[in-house]
Write a protein that binds this ligand. Structure first.
Ligand code: FES
Length: 136
């Protein structure tokens, strides 16, 4: 695992309430890599998937486990039947599993894969001229 901090380079989009921060060079992350970045007092886990980058809150909704240390997965899709949870794979939606107790979240939306209210905040990532930015 690679830990890093941003250099807090702001590109300054003053027309919105969010700010764009420089994270790293795209070439510094390979598929499956992740970074832990601290932006404006928020701890974000940045993941590189096969084609996209994802930015998600680093703290699991269960007990605050470090999502930056979680396994990236093709998700388990869970549905509750009358007697038990049923799990199936959906390879189109990448997820990350918390390393402490396995709660699993979609990387794009932050939604818990089970139908719960426990979702994680996610942030837009931007790739421009070989550099990765996150909008917070
Ligand atoms: S702290 Fe993440 S699953 Fe428990």
């Amino acid at each position: 695992m690679t830990d890093a901090s941003t250099d807090d380079t702001e590109r300054g989009d003053s027309s919105s309430e969010s700010t764009v921060y420089h994270v790293t060079s795209v070439d510094d992350m390979e598929e499956g890599d992740r970074l832990l970045v601290d932006i404006d007092g928020q701890s974000l886990a940045i993941f590189r998937g096969s084609e996209e980058f994802y930015a998600i809150s680093n703290y699991c909704q269960h007990q605050g486990g470090p999502m930056c240390k979680g396994r990236m997965l093709n998700p388990l899709d869970s549905t509750k039947s009358k007697d038990a949870w049923e799990l199936s794979q959906d390879s189109d939606v990448p997820t990350v599993a918390c390393p402490w107790h396995g709660w699993e979240y979609e990387l794009e939306t932050g939604e818990h894969v089970a139908p719960t209210k426990y979702n994680l905040p996610t942030y837009d990532t931007i790739v421009e001229d070989g550099e990765l930015y996150v909008e917070v």
